[in-house]
Design a protein around this ligand. Structure first.
Ligand SMILES: Nc1ncnc2c1ncn2[C@@H]1O[C@H](COP(=O)(O)OP(=O)(O)OP(=O)(O)O)[C@@H](O)[C@H]1O
Ligand SMILES: [Mg+2]
Length: 257
């Protein structure tokens, strides 16, 4: 099986001593749709930061499309696109320029980038906002602009860090459809989301991370099969099966009083 992403024993301790990743291993097959789920502070954005070159790892190794990240960082990174959790965008820049300029970082000739950018803006439903400034877009539109920007260099592996936070229901479904067309074309996607029904709709594989360690990993069916009926009504709410499994694996144990 060819792997788009092969992470082995990845660790990250930030300068202030926070151990954000405590030995994470993850193998993502080519063309897969992988959901990385976990509570706030679990280490999801840290993991994505390392793979996209924004955060330096403390230990472990990673390969992207078989390319060793330490040996060939530029080559490895070129295969990756990212939609960051925290929108990092020139809010006064125009939508089309934001996408085209990103192509510049990857050395894509401007004429080609312009053509691609127009196609991408159309694909994410922003054709009519082509010349609007980013600050003039709604929050959900800004997220979609980030998806277009992430795809300008035609990456093989796309990281989406909560891409649908604040996106309305209809737009979200439109984004789901679009993401499915990407995987159908062979793009590998790793997604984080707190909307578990979204993960359930899209993902073939799921990894659940808690406090810097993976606590469950498998196909969506494997994970759902861990559903334990007896725990269901523990606190009066009942969610989807995935929600219940997630909570069983990640919630704080009750402290004895
Ligand atoms: N630059 C930093 N310096 C120090 N600690 C950090 C830094 N960035 C993140 N952390 C810490 O690392 C841990 C993991 O954070 P991370 O952002 O990776 O979590 P996350 O899973 O993405 O959470 P969320 O669902 O809230 O986005 C947290 O304890 C966080 O406080
Ligand atoms: Mg995060």
């Amino acid at each position: 099986m060819e792997l788009a992403l092969d992470i082995r024993n990845l660790t990250k301790t930030y300068a202030d001593g926070t151990a954000a990743l405590r030995g994470v291993s993850l193998q993502v097959p080519k063309g897969d749709f992988y959901a990385l789920l976990g509570p706030n502070g679990a280490g999801k954005t840290t993991l994505i930061g390392i793979v996209t070159g924004l955060v330096n790892k403390t230990g472990g190794s990673l390969r992207i499309d078989g390319v060793d990240f330490d040996a060939y960082p530029e080559r490895a990174r070129r295969r990756v696109g990212v939609v960051p959790q925290n929108l990092n965008v020139d809010f006064f820049g125009r939508a089309i320029d934001i996408v085209v300029n990103q192509g510049g970082y990857y050395g894509i000739p401007r004429s080609i980038a312009l053509k691609r950018a127009d196609e991408l803006l159309k694909a994410v439903g922003l054709a009519d906002k082509r010349t609007a400034q980013a600050r003039q877009l709604s929050g959900g539109m800004q997220r979609r602009l980030m998806i277009a920007r992430a795809l300008i260099h035609e990456p093989d592996l796309l990281f989406l860090d909560e891409p649908t936070a604040g996106v309305d229901i209809e737009m979200r479904r439109g984004m789901w459809d679009y993401l499915k067309t990407l995987t159908a074309r062979g793009v590998t996607i790793l997604l984080t989301t707190h909307y578990l029904e979204e993960a359930e709709q899209l993902a073939k594989h799921v990894a659940i991370i808690n406090k810097g360690a993976i606590v469950a990993n498998g196909t969506m069916e494997d994970i759902l099969a861990r559903y334990d009926e007896s725990q269901r009504e523990r606190d009066g709410y009942r969610g989807s099966r995935l929600e219940e499994v997630f909570l069983q694996l990640t919630r704080e144990p009750e402290k004895p009083s």
